[in-house]
Design a protein around this ligand. Structure first.
Ligand SMILES: CC(=O)SCCNC(=O)CCNC(=O)[C@H](O)C(C)(C)COP(=O)(O)OP(=O)(O)OC[C@H]1O[C@@H](n2cnc3c(N)ncnc32)[C@H](O)[C@@H]1OP(=O)(O)O
Length: 451
């Protein structure tokens, strides 16, 4: 059979009707169905698609579908897109600013239409449109690490999965170890830790996460459905209530919550008995230690697991026995793609004072150019000196790297020196060292938002 042609359509999610009777309109419903098939998800339960549409609208997501046209024998159902691509905008904490960022999600291509360039076409068009709209940065989470480097994305944040043996408690260094006693003063004395009813978690989570997002490099702000997924009012699989979710919070001495954790118990059927942390956010060190003390104090629980730990997690340095805290996996978390190097670099902090002339290569042409980068007083200034990277001697660069490598180095999570040793950064070693010092940061980035 001859390959069909494809028409790309972009639209917003919409409902037909109002109130209880509202239903996803045909185009939106077909797009969501294509995504579900692409990720091998079960058919939706009644009302689930409509709830998703509500969240998509709150996030102002743009939905892109590729539709097969001109099939000679009409064998392809042209109402359901053969490929999907979703985008929305939230802010990224760069370490110096909250940068509006173009997020890409829900990328699927039907198996019968794969490897014909549909992803390349949607991605290329989308990144150009985002750059034309003035966005300096794009971001995604990758299903496979081999797909997105070719489009200029680099891993900027990594994360670790921890398996913590709590059979003997955690005995946090510097803590009294008794924070698990509900309602009592926390480990460091001033605040208090307490279990929280599910209905109360979302409000606490919203407020605490907003503070955490404002101060944590690598954090992406969260989409509309997030509070419900955290507190169990929206189970991820079907957006139905998940009554197995439990939670606790920590209140500072002034009575304001400064940390929370939610979790699920794995059940009695399998051993060791395990509590799986769903979300752990603490804006003060006191709250951080008190909440880990609480998790370590849960009776009848042998193991606590958490899949969103930083690669520089303080927990292992807070426990007396560092071996109770095992890393079971380390994987890429947030991928970034710089669209406008001048705007993106000026939105991040400067490290050591100094300057360097930098050439950025970009196979898609969006971010390519030669820049003068100056770091002073903790700020970066970037000036474009040439559009290309092969201009005359007056714009010759000291360091050359791809936009993917620069995006990996952007938050300071992946060192320029490490990238240079990997062959991803070219230049005189002294100039590479200077760039590394300019982009160095004092905090490893962490992202607690999946999208
Ligand atoms: C941000 C997110 O949503 S992550 C989720 C991504 N989606 C999935 O994993 C769902 C299952 N997979 C799919 O739907 C598809 O296979 C996709 C989306 C990964 C790829 O779509 P396709 O239309 O087949 O990709 P397309 O034909 O445009 O290929 C573009 C390039 O990527 C390469 N590529 C595509 N998929 C992969 C892969 N899984 N691994 C490595 N390379 C890949 C192609 O070889 C091609 O390379 P080239 O242009 O440099 O020669």
């Amino acid at each position: 059979m001859q390959h069909p042609d494809y028409e790309i359509r972009r639209f917003r999610a919409a409902l037909d009707g109002t109130g209880e009777d509202a239903r996803a309109d045909a185009v939106t419903g077909a797009w969501i169905e294509a995504v579900r098939r692409g990720f091998h998800e079960n058919p939706p339960v009644p009302g689930q698609v409509e709830r998703m549409v509500g969240f998509y609208r709150q996030d102002d997501r743009e939905l892109t579908g590729a539709y097969a046209t001109g099939t000679p024998d009409g064998a392809v159902d042209t109402a359901v897109p053969v490929a999907t691509f979703g985008t929305m905008r939230h802010t990224l904490n760069t370490g110096a600013a909250l940068l509006p960022t173009h997020q890409i999600t829900a990328v699927t291509v039907r198996a019968t239409h794969r490897r014909r360039g549909l992803l390349r076409r949607m991605m290329t068009e989308d990144l150009r449109r985002a750059a034309d709209a003035g966005l300096a940065m794009a971001a995604l989470f990758a299903s496979e690490a081999t797909i997105y480097g070719r489009f200029g994305f680099g891993v900027a944040v990594e994360r670790e999965s921890l398996r913590i043996d709590t059979r003997r408690g955690l005995s946090l260094v510097g803590g009294a170890g008794g924070a698990g006693a509900a309602g009592q003063a926390s480990a460091d004395g001033a605040g208090a830790t307490e279990f929280v009813e599910r209905e109360a978690i979302a409000d606490i989570a919203r407020a605490v996460f907003a503070r955490w997002h404002a101060v944590t490099p690598g954090s992406m702000d969260r989409q509309a459905s997030y509070p419900g997924v955290i507190d169990g009012t929206l189970r991820e699989e079907d957006l139905e209530p998940d009554t197995a979710v439990r939670g606790a919070a920590h209140w500072a001495a002034d009575g304001v919550p400064d940390g929370y954790v939610t979790w699920k118990f794995s059940g009695w059927e399998t051993g060791p008995t395990t509590v799986r942390v769903r979300d752990f956010v603490a804006v003060t060190d006191e709250a951080y230690r008190a909440l880990w003390n609480l998790l370590g104090s849960l009776d009848l629980v042998d193991v606590v697991t958490w899949e969103h730990a930083s690669v520089d997690e303080p927990l292992r340095w807070a426990v007396a026995d560092t071996r109770v805290c095992a890393v079971t996996e380390r994987e890429d978390s947030l991928w970034l793609r710089i669209l406008d190097p001048v705007a993106a670099l000026q939105a991040r902090p400067g490290g050591a004072p100094g300057s360097v002339r930098l050439a950025v290569t970009d196979d898609l042409g969006i971010a390519a150019g030669t820049l003068d980068l100056v770091s002073a007083d903790g700020r970066l200034t970037a000036v474009r000196v040439a559009d290309g990277v092969t201009a005359g001697p007056e714009s010759e660069a000291e360091v050359t790297l791809s936009v993917a490598a620069l995006s990996s180095a952007y938050l300071g999570g992946i060192s320029v020196l490490t990238l240079a040793r990997a062959g991803a950064v070219d230049g005189d070693p002294e100039a590479v060292q200077r760039l590394a010092a300019i982009l160095a940061t004092d905090r490893v980035p962490q992202c607690l938002t999946d999208f």
